[in-house]
Design a protein around this ligand. Structure first.
Ligand code: NAD
Length: 331
């Protein structure tokens, strides 16, 4: 099939090009994000392949239908950016890559925790200037801490396994409790109790209308003073304004985020020569106890390989009229 691939970076192209020759499909790689200005690039293709910040709203869906697109192959797990109802109404199917490497994201969440806990980001800069002073580098142990996990799906579970290895107590909230996790010693509690009982809180639930701004003024007030908050899931789980306020008072002691509420116009771009217009991310960068990465938790060699393979097999299944095991539908 002919696939128009949006928001392509060099690593996407390299990874897909390894598997394309055996797939029978051809990709046109576009660096542009999918929007009303770029949707026409899909002309002459049968499928589009999009990523996390390619917003597929009703207007885009209508244009895609007119261009003859029958399938949107997401090369990511989250699908909050897609209007599923509109896609169904216009006869466009959606497939995704539900679990390419849960460990990649879980390990990145832990990298954020360890960096913030042991201030290795500061140490890295310091020693490069031959400053070997340890003043201000006192950290905290992870061992023995209580970690609260919101969402124990594929990534949350991988995260719990790592936390267990560190000797943490794990409490969790999910709308569905997982037996494997319970047997491993994870204690499921109501959301409020997870928020109030944790030294470290890590978010691993999807962004839905129910979870939008899950972390807000009210839920932050339940947390322990100096809590560490980690978000590798989706930016809008956190009300950024409320978190900035809590960082200023010390209520939140550490913040590690790989996703940001307004990341759409910032992440995946080199803006180093430009004036940052987003006041909230600019403010976040000023805190010494905040670590921001630009949605890179998924970005490992292993994960890219899986993303390419599963995306191509999703497209092949569609072409052959087989069952779409990775289809997402409006509920
Ligand atoms: P998953 O579907 O396996 O698990 C999600 C879990 O969240 C499920 O157990 C589900 O029951 C639970 N859940 C749903 N609604 C909830 C609610 N209201 N409260 C608590 N729990 C709820 O998904 P996953 O593969 O573990 O991925 C989790 C999220 O991570 C994705 O939705 C995506 O947004 C994000 N993600 C981020 C990156 C990155 O690079 N930063 C990469 C992949 C995925």
């Amino acid at each position: 099939m002919k696939i128009a691939c949006y928001s392509t970076k060099s690593y996407d192209r390299e990874s897909f090009n390894r598997f394309l020759p055996d797939s029978g499909h051809t990709f046109s790689f576009f660096e542009a994000k999918l929007d009303l200005h770029t949707v026409s690039l899909a002309e002459g293709h049968e499928v589009i392949c999009s990523f996390v910040n390619d917003h597929v709203d009703e207007a885009i869906i209508k244009k895609l239908e007119r261009l003859g697109i029958k399938l949107i192959a997401l090369r990511c797990a989250g699908y909050n950016q897609i209007n599923l109802k509109a896609a169904a109404e216009h006869g466009i199917k959606i497939v995704r890559v539900p679990a390419y490497s849960p460990e990649a994201v879980a390990e990145h969440a832990f990298a954020l925790i360890l960096t913030l806990a042991r201030k290795t980001h500061k140490a890295y800069n310091r020693v490069r200037e031959n400053n070997f002073s340890l003043e201000g580098l006192t950290g905290v142990n992870i061992h023995g801490k209580t970690i609260g996990v919101i969402g124990t799906g594929a990534i949350g579970r991988a995260f719990c396994r790592i936390a267990k290895g560190f000797g943490c107590s794990i409490i969790a909230y999910d709308v569905f409790e997982n037996e494997e996790m319970k047997q491993m010693g994870v204690k499921y509690l109501p959301l409020n109790e997870v928020l109030s009982g944790s030294h470290i809180i890590s978010l691993h639930c999807p962004l839905t209308p129910e979870t939008h701004h899950l972390i807000n003024v009210q839920t932050i007030s339940l947390m322990q003073n100096g809590v560490a908050l980690i978000n590798t899931s989706r930016g809008a789980l956190i009300e950024t304004k409320a978190v900035i306020k809590a960082l200023k008072t010390g209520k939140i002691g550490f913040l590690g985020i790989d996703v940001y509420e307004q990341e759409e116009n910032i992440f995946f771009k080199n803006l180093s020569e430009e004036i940052m217009q987003d006041e909230q991310i600019a403010r976040l960068m000023t805190f010494p106890n905040v670590l921001v990465t630009g949605h890179q938790a998924f970005l490992t060699k292993e994960a890219l390989e899986q993303i390419s393979k599963i995306t191509l097999s999703n497209i092949t299944a569609f072409e052959k009229g087989e069952a779409l095991v990775n289809e997402v539908k409006a509920s």
